[in-house]
Design a protein around this ligand. Structure first.
Ligand code: KIV
Length: 278
C-alpha cells in the first residue's frame, strides 16, 4: 500500500514507523519491497557514498541525482529527500526553490531540513508551496563545526529545553514529522509526548513514533566508524567480500564461467568459421 504523509500522521500512537536511507535504484527497490514506511535520501550520502568526512560538501545537484535514482525504485514507501547544506540556509527563496527541485526533478514526496527555530520561515514557506517538510533536531550533522563534533545533544538543561521548544515550533510551522538524532531517550519521550506529529528517532531511544537508520550501518557495509546507537542486523560487508574473493579465485583458476553461464552456437557454423580463419 502506498505510504503518504497521512500514513505518518495516522500512525502516531498506534504503530511505529520504519525508515531507512537509500541512495540508488537497486537498494531502494529492495528496501521498498521489504515493506518499509519511508525511504530517506539522506545527505549522509556525502559520507557513505562519496567517502567525505562529513555532509557539508553535498550539493543540491547530488541530492537531485540520488533522489531520482531512489524514486525510480520505489512503489510504496514515502520518499523524503534531504536538503543539503546551504540549499536553505541562505534565504527563504532558496529554500522553497531547492525544495521544489527535489520534488519536480528528483521525484521526492517530501523534504527534510536540519535545524529548528532558525528555519521556521523556511519550513512555513515550503509547506505553503504544498511540499511536506520533515524537521530534524538534536545532532544536526550540517552544524558539525558549530556543535564541535558528532556528540549527543540535550544533556544539559538549556539545550534540553531548547529541543522541546524547537519540536513544538516546528510542528506549528507545519512539518509532518521530526527526526530527532542523538538525544537521551527520556528527553525524547517528553518531545514525543508533547507534539502531535510523529517523532522519528536515530540514537534517540525507544520512546519515539518510529526509527531511522543509515542502511550501510545496519547492514555492516560501512566500517569507517559505527555510531553507538547502530544495531547491525547483518554483516553484509563480510558476505560481499567473501563473494568477491570467490569470484577472483574462480576467475584466476578458470572455473568461472561454467557451461551454464555461457551462450551456445551451432556446431557446424563454428567448424566452418574455424576452417575459414585458420
Ligand atoms: O542524512 C541522513 O541520512 C540523515 C539520517 C541520519 C536521519 O539525516
Amino acid at each position: 500500500m502506498k505510504k503518504t504523509v497521512s500514513t505518518f500522521l495516522e500512525a502516531k500512537g498506534k504503530r511505529k514507523l520504519s525508515m531507512l536511507t537509500a541512495y540508488d535504484y537497486s537498494m531502494a527497490k529492495l528496501i521498498d519491497e521489504a515493506g518499509i514506511d519511508s525511504i530517506l535520501v539522506g545527505d549522509s550520502l556525502g559520507m557513505v557514498i562519496q567517502g567525505q568526512e562529513n555532509t557539508l560538501s553535498v550539493t543540491i545537484e547530488d541530492m537531485i541525482y540520488h533522489t531520482k535514482l531512489v524514486s525510480r525504485g520505489v512503489k510504496n514507501a514515502l520518499v523524503i529527500a534531504d536538503m543539503p547544506f546551504m540549499s536553505y540556509q541562505t534565504s527563504v527563496y532558496d529554500a522553497v526553490s531547492n525544495a521544489g527541485k527535489l520534488i519536480k526533478e528528483g521525484g521526492a514526496v517530501a523534504v527534510k531540513l536540519e535545524g529548528g527555530i532558525e528555519f521556521l520561515e523556511e519550513i512555513k514557506t515550503i509547506v505553503r508551496a504544498s511540499i511536506p517538510v520533515a524537521g530534524h533536531i538534536g545532532l544536526t550533522p550540517q552544524s558539525i563545526n558549530a556543535l564541535g563534533g558528532f556528540k549527543a545533544q540535550g544533556k544539559n538543561e538549556k539545550v534540553a529545553r531548547k529541543l522541546i521548544e524547537e519540536a513544538k515550533k516546528i510542528e506549528q510551522a507545519g512539518a509532518f514529522c521530526i527526526v530527532v538524532e542523538c538525544v537521551p531517550e527520556e528527553l525524547t519521550k517528553i518531545i514525543t509526548e508533547t507534539v502531535n506529529i510523529p517523532i522519528i528517532g536515530i540514537g534517540a531511544g525507544k520512546y519515539v513514533d518510529g526509527q531511522v537508520l543509515v542502511y550501510q550501518d545496519m547492514l555492516g557495509m560501512f566500517s569507517d566508524f559505527t555510531p553507538k546507537f547502530v544495531k547491525r542486523y547483518a554483516n553484509t560487508g563480510n558476505i560481499i567480500k567473501e563473494a568477491i574473493e570467490t569470484y577472483i579465485k574462480e576467475t584466476s583458476e578458470g572455473s568461472f564461467p561454467s557451461k551454464e553461464h555461457t551462450f551456445k552456437i551451432d556446431k557446424e557454423l563454428i567448424e566452418r568459421l574455424k576452417i575459414e580463419n585458420n
